[in-house]
Structures are given as C-alpha cells and as structure tokens.
Design a protein around this ligand. Structure first.
Ligand SMILES: [Zn+2]
Length: 702
C-alpha cells in the first residue's frame, strides 16, 4: 500500500497520454490510480462537452475524439500488457478498474446531448462541406448510438434497457451451462485396450486429468486415463481412438451437452430469440438479422443468403463425393463399418486417410522456416507488392520484454510512414495464447501551435511461436508462417492507411464482416511459388524446400474442403434463419429449424437427439448473432482480391506491381473512410464474386 501512496499524477507513466507507452516504467500498481484519475478527468470533460457541444466538426467530433483517444491511450497500454506481460498483480488491478472503464464507455456512447449534436450536424447546411470520410464517421456514430437505444424515449427506452439487461444475464447463463455441462462429464479408462491408437500427447493429458481427479499414480503408459469433453481431449480422442464403441459413447454425450436438466439451454434459446426480436422491433427493424446487418458490409439478408447458397450448392456435391471416398478408403483398410460410416467414424477415418495421403507432419517442415528468413520473405513480398521498405528500428522504442523487436516502414521516397512491434515467441507464464494484431498509435493529423503534423501509426504484432533454443533460430511450422502473414495483413491495414481522421483510419470504423479481408489476403501468398521458395530454405544446409513438400502443402490445403465448407455454411444458415424468419413460440422450435435446414446443408443428417444449438455459444453468448456468415463473407472478399493478382499473371512483375499499388491505394489506404463495398469496387471494379474462393478450395462453381 505504501507504493500506491507514493504514486502521484505527475510520475504515473500511465498518465503520460501520448507517444509510445513507456513500457519499462509501467508497473501493476500504476493501473488503479491512473484509471481512477483519468476517468475522473474525462468524466468532467464529457459533462462539460455535453453543455457546450456545437453541431460542427470542431465543436463535436474533435473534442469527442480527444476524450476517447486519451482513454484508449491508457487503457490500450494496460490491455496490451494484460496480453503480453500478465501477472496476478496486473490482473487484479485490471479487474478492479475495468467496471469504471466500461461504465464510462457506455456513458460516452449513450450520451443524449452528443447524439443530438450528431443528428443536428447531419441536418445543417454545412453537412455538405464535410469530406465523405467525415460524413461516414458521423453516420457511423449516429447508427451506433441508435443501436444502443439512444434514440428511444419513455417506456420504449425502459423496455429496451430491461431487455438488454435480461439478454446479458441469459448470455452469461448460456455459456455457464455449456461450461458446466462440459466439465460434468468424464470418461475414465483403465484398460490398455481402451486407449488404443491415442497419441502420446493425449495419453499424457488424460493421465494428468486423472491425477487431478484423485488417481495420484496415474501415468501416461499405465493409466488410468480420463477423457473429457474439453476440445483438447475430445478432439484428438475422436481422431485417434480405435475403439468405435467409445467414440460413439463420447460423441453422443458431446452432442447433448446443456440440453436437459438444470443445465438445459433450450428454454434460454427461445427466450433469447424472443427478446432479440422484441429489441429489433423497438429499434424499428423487422427482425434481429436486420439489426445485426445494420452495422455490417452485407447490405441485407438476401445478399447473405445468395452468397451462402452459391457456396452451398458448390460444396454439397463435393462433400457427398468426399464421403464416398472416405468410405472407399475405410473399406480398403478392412473397416467393418466402411459402408455405414456414422458421425463418430468420420473424424477418425478422415484422419487415417490424411495420414495415408500426405504422410508428413508439421514438424518436418520447421527446419525450412527459421523466423529471420520468413521475415525477409514477408518484407520482400510487401516491397514487391506495395513498394514499402521494412527495416529494423530496435532501440528506438520502449519494449516490455527483451525479445520484442521494433520495425520501421518507409515508402518509396524513403520517408517513414509507420512502425510496428513484433513480439514473436511463446511465453506461457505471462502471455496469452494465439496471435493477434492490435493498434498502439492511430494515424492522425494533428494541429498544435498553429502547425500541422501527421502522427504515424504504430501496430502491435503478437505471435506465440517456439523461441530460439540451443543456438537454433525460432523454427516455424507452416501454420505459424501463415499466421504471421495473416496478422501482418491486419497490421498493413492499420499502418498503410492514408486516412487522417482517427475514427476512420486503418481498421477503425471498418465493418467486421470486411475486417478479415487484408489479413486472409496475405495468407494466399504463402502458397505462391516465388514467395514460398524465396523463404523456405533449410536453416543449416540452405537446401530449398523439396518440391514434394510443396505439392503436399497444396493438396493438404484442400483436403475434404467441400465438407469443411458445408459445415460452416450449415452454421451460418441456421444462425441467419433463427434471427430472420423464425418466430419463437410458433409450432416449429429452434431445433426443428436446424433439422429442416440440415436436409440441404449436411450429408449425414444430425441424430434425432443432436442438440448442437444448446452449445452454439458463438451466437447465443458471443457476438456472432446473425453474424456467423462473416467468416465466409470475408473469405470470399480476400480470395477475390487475390484473384486480381492471378488474373494479371503472378509471373508478370509489372502487372503484379500495378495491381499491388491499386490494392494499397484502395483496400489498405481507405480504412473505414468509405463503405467496404465501395472500397472493394474501387479495387476490383465490380462487386465480389464467390468463384475465386471456390476455385482456391478446389471446388467447381455449381
Ligand atoms: Zn484476423
């Protein structure tokens, strides 16, 4: 407690408010006093702005952006450290002040005077003097405020708030039920013949779970072993267990999670859908799908349905064929069930067939992908496509860990245009898993003391790959290479923006069904010959990746792609229908809807007891309600964008450069300043087509 007392406003690094966060100086004990002080200040400023606000750009948007930027500067640094330098102290501090931040953010987005000023700004004659980017920022602000209920008054407003409250509770309850149901089940195995086929990693995990459950002497080799419904346990078991009876048993428990008794999610589903429909009606929409799409790139439900149907009809026949092939393969392995593969056989045989067909592991490729070479390849690619040069700038920025690198991006005149951090290695003790891009500094035009300057964007790129060990560099799997390219694509979106208004620079104000376009676009290049062979060289011998590996990578990419695509389409269509035409309380239940739609979106129909919806957390407790289609929507965009390069010829360097320049000036430069459909059309000259995605997946257009 003494440390807290000695922290004053002046020496709290989290209150610096501009520039790069001084990571070396920030300590967990700075968080609580900084946030309390900051929220106090910003709260006072917001209250003042609410009384003095004018419906002009400088009297409304600029002061508002200043407030939210200050919050983002401090809270962004704290959140970043939560991801990369976590500790009990930091977590505790974060949890202490998080409610304050949420409360203030709500106040900011639901302010009546601010909302009214935005509306007035749009109705004034000066509206037309604003640039399109400014107009879009205002339009988005009004839309978001209205979706959060600001436009409602009296009884409608009260009802809206009550619905929001109940929905939040139901969503938490829903995910708790899934969690509890998942945890409740354990399959304890004691005989060696029950674990036949399981890989060593799963045996270790299963023995560890057994030990945690009281079997203190459990070992990976002699058991007992406990299999659970957690995916790291369930998934590999279904892939590898040779015991068909146990696979069936486990599968049937898995598909009925949270579907009866105390943990039954069925009534919650009906209630959630009912409330969402009522909420949509209050906001003046026909149904919840319309509410969801109001802030997305997809113009309407029909457009989403059309896209999904194109993908469905193309993947359905392929999925049927893949099942036939799988049956033939199982027959060739003398499987008794070959002619009657059930749900619990598919994953198992698909994995056997994969092993037989491709016969290589992720591990084998590691020596060909040392991080420094992969970075050279990646930086060479962005130079080739976009004319920008990436150079190390280590030492020019404060870092949070010694392995963190800092880079500069310069344009073709040599002028600096952006910077980024790269934190590549896994540190399980303090770093969150997965990979991500986050914004550190947004691009903006600043006016100070009569002069204007451009603040350059800075990105965080965070991965979780193997650190250098025993003098070897970090050796990456091909998946890790793809992930790095993916995150770098998000980074380019943030860093190569030419928008000077913070609220629409880079990824800001980009609709979320469009935000994965630049990231998935970059993944395509990992399979492009010059890019791949330019970086894939054995780290010791310099040997170039053997051709047969390349062919296997290409083939493995499309392995059972029809079934994979159809599965995603099934989820998307069910989600959309439940939020579009479904009416809770009618004779058809949500589960009936799913069964009806399964007729055309699954090859083996779900079992009668299948309660998949009861565990569909994405749409009932995540943010994906009527938005699950976004995965496919963005993939269509990114594949079509890559196809622009294929069309001009990937071996025609001049044409690739020209196309790269156009891509940079549209997709990467315009950020959220224009509607994503306009941005896409600026680049492609037409609306997106599903043909390239289908072709890249080895699926013919139906
Ligand atoms: Zn992404």
């Amino acid at each position: 407690m003494t440390t807290t007392a000695t922290i004053s406003k002046a020496n709290n690094p989290l209150l610096q408010g501009s520039g790069l966060p001084p990571f070396a100086d920030i300590k967990p004990e700075h968080v609580v006093p900084a946030i309390k002080e900051l929220i106090d200040q910003l709260d006072a400023e917001l209250t003042k702005l609410e009384t003095t606000v004018e419906p002009t750009w400088t009297g409304l948007v600029e002061p508002l952006e200043k407030i939210s930027e200050r919050l983002t500067w401090t809270w962004g640094a704290v959140s970043h450290l939560m991801g990369v330098k976590n500790s009990n102290e930091l977590r505790e501090a974060y949890e202490t002040v998080q409610p304050l931040v949420v409360q203030f953010s709500n106040k900011l987005s639901q302010s009546q005077p601010i909302y009214k000023a935005f509306k007035a700004l749009r109705n004034l004659h000066t509206w037309t003097t604003l640039e399109p980017a400014q107009q879009r920022i205002v339009d988005s602000a009004i839309r978001d405020a209205e979706l959060s209920g600001v436009g409602l008054e009296g009884e409608a407003k009260e009802r809206f708030n009550a619905i929001q409250m109940e929905l939040a509770e139901l969503s938490t309850k829903f995910s708790n039920h899934v969690l509890d149901a998942t945890k409740a089940y354990k399959l304890k195995l004691t005989n060696k013949d029950e674990v036949e086929g399981l890989p060593p990693s799963l045996l270790s995990l299963a023995a560890q779970v057994a030990r945690a459950g009281g079997d203190e002497n459990a070992t990976p080799s002699d058991g007992p072993w406990v299999i659970t419904l957690d995916f790291p346990s369930y998934g590999p078991f279904m892939q590898h267990s040779t015991r068909r009876d146990l696979r069936e048993k486990l599968y049937k428990v898995y598909i009925t999670r949270a579907a009866d008794g105390d943990l039954d999610n069925n009534p919650l589903i009906e209630r959630i859908l009912e409330l969402r429909l009522e909420l949509a009606t209050l906001l003046g929409y026909k149904n919840y799908a319309e509410v969801s799409l109001a802030s997305k790139m997809a113009p309407n439900v029909e457009a989403v349905e059309k896209l999904l149907e194109e993908l469905r009809s193309a993947s359905y026949d392929a999925a049927v064929k893949e099942l036939e092939e799988l049956k033939a393969f199982a027959a060739s392995q003398s499987a008794a069930e070959a002619n009657d593969l059930k749900h619990w056989d598919i994953t198992f045989w698909a994995e056997r067939q994969r092993e037989a067909k491709f016969n290589f592991t992720q591990e084998e490729l590691r020596p060909y992908f040392p991080l420094p070479q992969v970075l050279d390849g990646l930086f060479g690619l962005v130079k080739r496509l976009f004319g920008v040069t990436v150079t190390p700038a280590d030492g020019q920025a404060p870092i949070w860990q010694e392995d963190v690198r800092y880079f500069q991006i310069a344009d073709d005149t040599g002028a600096s245009i952006a910077y980024f951090y790269l934190d590549p290695y896994s540190r399980p003790a303090e770093k969150r898993g997965g990979a991500w891009m986050d914004t550190c500094v947004n691009r903006a035009k600043l006016f100070e003391n009569g002069t204007s300057s451009t603040r350059l964007p800075v990105a965080y790129l965070v991965c979780n790959q193997t650190p250098p060990i025993d003098g070897k560099p970090s050796l990456m799997t091909f998946n890790e290479v793809e992930t790095l390219f993916h995150e770098f694509g998000h980074g380019l979106h943030h860093m190569l923006t030419k928008v000077d208004y913070v609220s629409a620079a880079g990824i800001n104000n980009v609709e979320w069904d469009a935000v994965e376009l630049p990231s998935q676009f970059m993944e395509n290049w990992c399979y492009e010959r010059p890019t791949l062979f330019g970086m894939a060289k054995h780290y010791e011998t310099g040997e170039i990746l053997p051709e047969h590996y390349y062919q296997k990578l290409l083939a493995a990419k499309n392995y059972m792609s029809g079934s994979g695509m159809l599965r995603q389409i099934h989820f998307s269509i069910v989600d959309l229908e439940l939020h579009n035409s479904y009416r809770p309380g009618s004779s058809e239940t949500a589960s009936d809807v799913r069964k009806r739609l399964a007729e055309t979106t699954t090859v083996i129909p779900p079992l009668p007891e299948d309660a998949f919806l009861c565990a569909f957390s994405h749409i009932f407790s995540g943010g994906y309600a009527s938005g699950y289609y976004s995965y496919k929507w963005a993939e269509v965009l990114s594949a079509d964008a890559f196809a622009a390069f294929e069309e001009v010829g990937l071996d025609n360097e001049t044409a690739v450069k020209d196309t790269g320049k156009l891509y940079r000036e549209t997709v990467l430069a315009l950020g959220g300043s224009k509607h994503p459909m306009e941005v896409f059309k600026n680049f492609r000259g037409r609306e997106p087509s599903t043909e390239p995605l289908l072709r890249h997946n080895g699926l013919a257009v139906a």
